[in-house]
Design a protein around this ligand. Structure first.
Ligand SMILES: [Zn+2]
Length: 260
């Protein structure tokens, strides 16, 4: 893990033509590879988190580094119960292939919660992160990667993550992060369940819809206070970058720990 903290350009910018391949070492595959760059994505918004696919496992920067941070921080065993707030992504499939005690879910509004629903990719558990159907203390780790920005009442989701964690459990949460003190609310849900836009709507890629999914929040450092308010006794933000591992750009992971 020491290479995790090596100095690296956090946000390399290539003024002319970005490279199509950069050499590095894939944590998931445990081998030297040439990460494949989506040069169009780099030219459009210089976003390195959603590209840099490993040619072997196919995983992008954000997914590879999420597996790495999860295994380094949690050191999960085959007995551990792990919950991911996604179930049809390559990231879920990778973690589930490593750990038998892995549960994933997607959310389709209006379908029964806690039940299996049929998606084009097959049967998947349906869960609303603000109303999880799991009993208290069900998991050693809760993993939520770039989901909470799409949840209007994300603070209720944090309380639910805390509730379903067993004592000593950890929540690892990545979200779009702005390096500002305050979370910016771009949209909110009114009492009648209608979306009220406070800023120009921004939509992110969604594995369940070609239309994308609305971004409600751009999180700031006060997310650490939100974690503590939800019950987490320890809360910290891990920032990392590494040329060696192919983690370009500013990568973040919020961590909340539930004490014994
Ligand atoms: Zn790989």
């Amino acid at each position: 893990m020491q290479a995790f903290y090596e100095s690296a350009d956090l946000n390399p910018s290539f003024s002319e033509q970005p490279p199509e391949v950069v050499e590095g070492f894939c944590y998931v595959c445990q081998q030297e590879v040439g990460f494949i760059i989506n040069t169009e994505m780099i030219r459009c918004d210089n976003n390195w988190r959603e590209t840099m696919n490993c040619p072997k496992c196919g995983l992008i920067n954000r997914w590879r580094s999420s597996v790495h941070v999860f295994e380094a921080l949690v050191q999960p065993t085959a007995q551990d119960r792990i919950y991911l707030t996604e179930a049809i992504t390559p990231l879920y499939k990778e973690i589930a292939s490593r750990l038998p005690g892995c549960t994933g879910s997607e959310y389709v509004e209006g379908k029964p919660l806690g039940a299996k629903i049929r998606l084009p990719s097959g049967l998947t558990r349906n869960e609303d992160v603000t109303r999880l159907t799991f009993p208290d203390g069900s998991f050693e780790a809760v993993l939520s990667f770039d989901v909470l920005e799409h949840v209007p009442d994300f603070k209720q989701a944090l309380r639910e993550f805390y509730r379903v964690l067993a004592p000593g459990g950890q929540a690892l949460i990545s979200v779009p992060f702005t390096f500002q003190d305050q979370t910016v609310t771009r949209a909110e849900m009114d009492s009648e369940g209608k979306v009220q836009h406070l800023m120009e709507p921004v939509y992110h890629g969604d594995p369940l819809s070609d239309d994308g999914v609305l971004c409600y929040h751009e999180f700031g450092l006060d997310f650490l206070k939100d974690l503590r308010d939800a019950g987490f006794q320890d809360a910290f933000l891990l920032c990392f970058a590494s040329r060696r591992w192919g983690y370009y750009d500013a990568n973040m992971m919020f961590v909340g720990r539930k004490h014994f």
